[in-house]
Design a binder for this molecule. Structure first.
Ligand SMILES: CC(C)(COP(=O)(O)OP(=O)(O)OC[C@H]1O[C@@H](n2cnc3c(N)ncnc32)[C@H](O[C@H]2O[C@H](COP(=O)(O)OP(=O)(O)OP(=O)(O)O)[C@@H](O)[C@H]2O)[C@@H]1O)[C@@H](O)C(=O)NCCC(=O)NCCS
Ligand SMILES: Nc1ncnc2[nH]cnc12
Length: 287
């Protein structure tokens, strides 16, 4: 991809196509991170019996045109209904590519909306993107529709778990213009990079900062409220002891990953939020 870098500054003057392609790369940033607690990596399936890295690569391949398409739709001022149709068609393609396995439903929704707001921001402000502009475009153009959408009853596993336990699920997080992404995951990632951590280490710490605070409905679906709180406490403890970049950090990360697998816990919402933070660092001039 011409001129795009993961850190610290992406080039100015992006196109919707580059915004969309950065989303596919950001999903690979997340997938290729190893080890991760309960999540699929390039070398293991974490807490998942039905998917591995090949499943994710097939899914990524099926989604690459979608992210460009939705960035262009945002650039063209599309109504929310159009974005939703594109999202549902992408979800159908993902399920066809994976044999019915849900690899990226959350990412289709979250990164899709972010690509659309980046497209709208490009149109309104020219070629240089900033996180604050992405959030305000999301609110201005699709905030009302997202709020109405978040009132609907979900029949999906995570959505039902969120309703049962009174959690803020994926839809509500979007209606609030992604507070965990912009107020926690992204600052954690950029601060870690600015401290000189290697990209993989910075992403691990950003994943743990996210895990510590997100109402991840996948964790609640699989482990109940106790599973979610256990995961959040583990993440906060890891960070309190210094995160990944210290003696014994990697060893503790492996132990946490094993404990998640033993309990079948998988923080899919946190993984998507990390991918979204990686995408912001790829497309924004000064995140
Ligand atoms: C609005 C939708 C996102 C539906 O959301 P809803 O809350 O109703 O349903 P969920 O099942 O929870 O799906 C949401 C997915 O979002 C991720 N997620 C979870 N918590 C959060 C959170 N707090 N904030 C943000 N994102 C969150 C998560 O996705 C990831 O995990 C999935 C893998 O999990 P896994 O446990 O393996 O798989 P399951 O099949 O769910 O369960 P098992 O039986 O295997 O245990 C993977 O998808 C990751 O990406 C949640 O799964 C949305 O679906 C929707 O309406 N889509 C259509 C429209 C659209 O996409 N539009 C885009 C433009 S508007
Ligand atoms: N690496 C991963 N493993 C499992 N679920 C995920 N959802 C998003 N990324 C994931």
């Amino acid at each position: 991809m011409r001129g795009l870098r993961s850190h610290p500054l992406a080039q100015p003057r992006l196109s919707p196509a580059e915004i969309g392609r950065a989303a596919t790369l950001a999903l690979y940033d997340e997938l290729s991170l190893t080890p991760k607690p309960g999540l699929v990596t390039l070398i293991d399936s974490g807490s998942h019996g039905d998917m591995d890295a090949h499943t994710f690569m097939r899914s990524l391949f099926s989604l690459r045109h979608y992210f460009v398409q939705i960035a262009e739709a945002g650039f063209g001022g599309a109504e929310f209904g159009v974005l939703e149709q594109y999202g549902m068609a992408a979800e159908a393609r993902m399920l066809a590519a994976t044999g019915g396995i849900n690899t990226h439903r959350g990412a289709i929704f979250m990164l899709g909306l972010l690509c659309a707001s980046a497209g709208a921001t490009l149109r309104d402000h020219g070629g240089v993107l900033h996180p604050d502009l992405l959030r305000s475009s999301l609110r201005r153009y699709w905030g009302d529709a997202l709020s109405r959408r978040s009132q609907r009853t979900s029949r999906l596993p995570g959505g039902m778990a969120a309703a049962r336990f009174g959690l803020r699920g994926a839809s509500e997080e979007a209606a609030l213009a992604f507070p965990v992404l912009f107020d926690t995951a992204l600052p954690a990632l950029t601060q870690a990079l600015n401290r000189g951590l290697a990209p993989q280490e910075a992403r691990i710490d950003a994943l743990f900062h996210t895990l510590a605070v997100l109402d991840d409905s996948n964790l609640a679906h699989r482990g109940g409220l106790a599973g979610l709180r256990y995961a959040q406490r583990s993440a906060q403890g890891f960070l309190d002891r210094g995160g990944i970049a210290r003696a014994g950090g990697l060893l503790e990360l492996h132990a946490i990953a094993d404990a998640f697998v033993a309990q079948r816990l998988s923080p899919g919402g946190s993984a998507d939020t990390l991918a979204a933070a990686c995408w912001v660092t790829r497309v924004c001039a000064s995140p």
